[in-house]
Design a protein around this ligand. Structure first.
Ligand SMILES: [Zn+2]
Length: 185
């Protein structure tokens, strides 16, 4: 096994797995100790689906906004993976939604920009999700405590996966790209 693959597995074990376990553990604690009823469990699952789609949209928007700040327009926006439906065409930019609504990618027109700008564009997705998580924590009312914590945990899991996770085959995660860009001088 090459060292890169080993590093990825290590990152998954140290970051994504603990995050996911805390999330699942917290849910089980709430469900069992505080006796959630069936409708609450159902709403939790529905909310999770909505959160996955919302996170993916917010994340990809962060990349697009950072790109536009540097005058680099996107050439293709994909939210989610897997078999995709074409949502709309924004100017010359096709926007599509994959059936697996987690993650996605933005392709930009190739323009000569600095390495720092490229890093900011890759980091823009995670930055947008972090802002959204902070907003959610402050604006979702306290009596909706379950939804509030669920939202922040789901976003934290996505952020960790984006920074430290392993992208699907032939794709780079934001973290992979940022580490790659930081590696050369
Ligand atoms: Zn991204």
């Amino acid at each position: 096994m090459d060292s890169q693959k080993r590093a990825r597995i290590l990152r998954t074990m140290l970051v994504e797995v603990p995050f996911a376990l805390v999330f699942v553990g917290w849910f089980l604690y709430r469900a069992l100790m505080q006796e959630m009823d069936v409708s609450e469990i159902f709403s939790f699952i529905v909310a999770l689906g909505v959160l996955f789609v919302a996170e993916s949209f917010i994340h990809e928007s962060g990349h697009v906004i950072c790109g536009l700040l540097y005058g680099v327009p996107p050439s293709r926006i994909q939210v989610g993976y897997g078999p995709s439906i074409h949502l709309w065409q924004d100017g010359h930019v096709p926007v599509s939604l994959g059936l697996l609504p987690c993650g996605g990618y933005v392709e930009f027109r190739y323009l000569p920009i600095s390495r720092r700008q490229r890093i900011v564009m890759y980091a823009g997705g995670v930055a947008a999700s972090s802002v959204a998580a902070i907003v959610a924590w402050n604006f979702i009312p306290h009596h909706l405590d379950l939804l509030r914590t669920e939202t922040v945990m789901a976003f934290a899991l996505f952020i960790a996966t984006n920074l430290f996770g392993t992208a699907p085959k032939d794709k780079y995660s934001d973290g992979d790209a940022i580490r790659g860009l930081l590696a050369y001088r």
